[in-house]
Ligand binder design. Sequence first.
Ligand code: ADP
Ligand code: MG
Length: 244
Amino acid sequence: MSEPLLRLEQVRKSFGATQVLRGIDLEVPAHSVTALIGASGSGKSTLLRCVNLLEVVDDGVVWLEGSDISDPRVDVDSVRQQIGIVFQAYNLFPHLSVLDNVTLAPRKVRRNGRAEAETEARRLLERFGLADKAKDYPDRLSGGQQQRAAIARALAMRPKLLLLDEVTSALDPELVGEVLDVVRELKDEGMTMVLATHEMSFARQVADQVCFLESGVVAERGTAADVFERAADPRTQRFLRRVT
Ligand code: ADP
Ligand code: MG
């Protein structure tokens, strides 16, 4: 079997006395979408943050294309260039135009020239229906437009993997769809994604793999049909009864 793009092996993370991740195993094949579901506080964000090296794991290994990125000697910046992350809210720098938000990292980190970075950024903004917002500041955009711009910004680095942490949770209900459409499009293009979400119907539609986290362990995993239609674990069944 070929190496998955991302693999977590017995990942553990505590904050003080609180064990948040208690031995997480996860395999994410290239070009697949994994949805992390689970109650608030179950460790979804911490898991994503460990993958992006925003948190240091206490134990276990995070592998990206077969190399151990949880090794303390790893070049964190180079890993982060390969793994984009978008959060629930406040993704954009408020003092920069949308265009400058999208070009900042390619210019600073990849050392792309301004013209090249802007061409690429405008292409992404166009694609996400934001061409006319390039010169606006983030506060002029709706929440849905801001999240689409945040995804464009993450993609500008051409990551191998995109992590999405509840990217629709802070949005008014009528704006959720336009952001989910973008995620769906990225899936169709073969982008590898791991997303934490409360949108169960969306997880069911886009996820190749669904992982149910409970108290820091993967209590259930399978295809969307496995998890949503024939969950084996009573904890999953209880959770799904509550949220669907
Ligand atoms: P989820 O995203 O599933 O809601 P989180 O990963 O945010 O869960 O949180 C899991 C647990 O870890 C919660 O109990 C939370 O309070 C705790 N936690 C998360 N980050 C920190 C932190 N930086 N310091 C202390 N506790 C934290
Ligand atoms: Mg969270």
